[in-house]
Design a binder for this molecule. Sequence first.
Ligand SMILES: [Zn+2]
Length: 479
Amino acid sequence: MKSLIAALAAILAATPVIAADADLLLRHVTIVDVEKGVLVAGQAVATAGDTILAVGPDAEIAAEWQAAETVDGEGRYLIPGLWDMHVHFGGGPDLIAENKALLPLYVAHGITTIRDASGDLPYDVLAWRQEIAEGKLFGPTLLSSGPKIEGLKPLWKGTIETGSEAEVDAAVTKLKGLKVDFVKITDSTLKPDLFLYAVGAARKAGLNASGHIPMALTVGQAVDAGISSIEHLDYAFKAGVKDEAAIAADYAAGKIDRAAATRRLDAGFDRDTAMKAYRHFAEKGVFVSPTLNGGRILDYLDQDDHVDDPFLAYIGPKLRATYQWRVDRAAKATPEEIAFRHAHHEHVAAVMPLLAEAGVKILAGTDAGFLNSFIYSGPGLHDEIAYYVEKGLTPAVALASATRTGPEWFGKLDRYGAIKAGKAADLVILDRNPLADIRATQAIRAVILRGQFHDRAALDRMLEETKAKVDVWNAKEGR
Ligand SMILES: [Zn+2]
């Protein structure tokens, strides 16, 4: 009897520890540490549900975890899911279906989170945010400003109109009630002093605040009021103009119009002024979302009218129609105006390396949607970060701008922005090394969204399904 027990004990001792369960085990992959900008080879990642369980040397992780699905990542590179920090949905209620059809395009291009910077369908977008979070609608995690704060009778639709400090306070209370992810403020009719007040009110309510800074103010005034990010690189350029305050004052006094102000700004950029301003951004934690490639597209429409862009096949006809007026406007420009547009674009783009030198965090954002032309949901982000590198950022900084600074801006680094245990299982598998060539972010082998594995074939199906929808809409519209 004793010998039998001893024999059983020996058998039990010889049985290996049963590995813990994971849903997905990704083996033999090279992890791109987007914080440090370095590669870590020979890793494995175990996930369960929407969360990363463990990350480490392949043999170690493979011994500890057994998974329902194992994927070999040999020769491939793993990055955190991409974030597009500036997108729009809108164009009127008639365009809801076409806007909704953009959501899978983001996922098919490795974009697992988008920041909606407001449009004219804010309540629809907030509903989508909820449906996506509940798994009822397929799309990237959606963070939204909800309706933006504006002045009275603004150019933009889908806004909360404010004409006094009390109305701004009420607007912020309303936005808190809607549980918006940040506050967007635009200035088509909002008075400059109310713009500054709104920035302060949003920050006091614990929300990040961003928007279009009125020409009558200096960018420094918005920074001192507590603005959390600068949308569009033009404003960062403006902060580097030596007599910015005088130009702002002349504009406020009605002595010059916007075009004259822009010409004076273009001529007045000064590197020392800029570096001082940018160091101030960095100190105050103000991030910059350049939306630079969208600007390039508009500024160079004379050279490329984009009518033959293959990706237009994935964009609905009504949304495509919203692109046209900018094309028509550009066609009316004189040779002098076109030359100025090109030159100004290059002047503005040249501040990218200065921002990096000053330690300003860059938020990759495209401005994709109905408020721009030919910036495509999905490919646009890859073009944007590649353009950053073309204009002087390192691939590591460009990659961090699309994976890490977004979560950082939102205070969500506990959950996003790195490939570590406890972080969201939002991951992209690439065929090539993005630190060697930023265009490698386009060589997508698979996307893991909230733990769901989508291989290349599944991503291609997402694209095909969208194209099929667009084909039907095209036929109906006769386009
Ligand atoms: Zn925008």
